[in-house]
Design a protein around this ligand. Structure first.
Ligand code: MYR
Length: 282
């Protein structure tokens, strides 16, 4: 029996060796500096990206994968697979999901199921790993989609804080009215996703207090004796992320705590110095 191919976009930031090991197909989004377009994670890795931004000059922009690239990937997969499940970043922040849906209608030799994660980064990767495990156990595309929707309906808590809200404002990923309301630009609000979009969760004055608030939200939502998975996600703040991860690990010895990164596309919109924490069932 043919297995289901599992596809995701680059913003799940699944390291290359894990993608290879788990046979995950990754479709990159693009970062554009002036006239140059780079496929993130392939032509532009995170450290080079943040170095380029740090040098000043043109501020980057981002774009979704082209329909042609998606169609070519599907065409190639159809040689080996009858079905594929593609997990995308939120349709509220990128056109990737819509493009994948159009391609699903175009391709003939493979059935493409498209799942809108309604988020990005580590929570998106969690949907991908669940899909891989199910596909390896023989589940078909419809069964995988059903499970992903079940996880989504339970929700994956994810909160983040940025150093400078202007990046989100400039990239149009946060509503100007929300930003200006209550002078959000002067403070460090805790952000989260609601209805596929980024919105302020709570107004907090400093980053330290914002991280403290996220810890508090975690303690209200997890059962400390149970095992669960936590990801601390950062944009070039590895030491800070390690400290946060160590604190979480000490408080919850049964948790598996990982450190992940905001790569070039997400980093374009959040900016260097951003930190996020997400937790989910193992
Ligand atoms: C595109 O150009 O299609 C990509 C746009 C990406 C917008 C990213 C906005 C920030 C997302 C933050 C995710 C945090 C997850 C914990």
């Amino acid at each position: 029996m043919k297995k289901v191919a599992i596809i995701t976009d680059s913003t799940a930031y699944i390291p290359e060796h894990v993608r290879k090991e788990k046979n995950i197909v990754m479709i990159p989004l693009n970062v554009i500096f002036g006239n140059e377009t780079y496929k993130e994670e392939v032509e532009l890795k995170k450290d080079d990206f943040y170095e380029m931004v740090g040098k000043g000059g043109d501020l980057p922009k981002t774009s979704q994968p082209s329909i042609g690239e998606l169609a070519d990937t599907l065409e190639a997969l159809s040689e080996e697979y009858d079905e594929a499940v593609m997990i995308t970043l939120s349709s509220g922040i990128s056109g990737t999901y819509q493009s994948a849906l159009s391609v699903a209608d175009m391709v003939e030799n493979i059935k493409l199921h498209v799942f809108d994660s309604e988020i990005s980064c580590a929570p998106q990767a969690h949907y991908v790993y669940t899909s891989v495990d199910m596909a390896n156990e023989g589940a078909d595309g419809a069964q995988i989609m059903e499970k992903l929707n079940e996880i989504k309906s339970q929700g994956i808590p994810a909160y983040f804080v940025v150093d400078d809200l202007n990046h989100l404002h400039r990239g149009g990923r946060m509503n100007a009215a929300q930003l200006l309301f209550g002078n959000l630009l002067q403070i460090k609000p805790v952000l989260h996703f609601q209805d596929k979009k980024i919105v302020p969760f709570e107004k907090i004055r400093t980053k330290k207090k914002a991280i403290g608030r996220i810890h508090q939200l975690m303690s209200q939502s997890v059962i400390p004796e149970e095992s669960f998975y936590v990801s601390v996600i950062h944009a070039q703040r590895e030491e800070e992320a390690k400290e946060i991860a160590a604190e979480i690990q000490t408080k919850y010895p049964n948790a598996s705590v990982a450190i992940d990164y905001f790569g070039p596309v997400i980093g374009t919109h959040l900016g260097e110095g951003s930190l996020g924490i997400t937790w989910m069932k193992n």
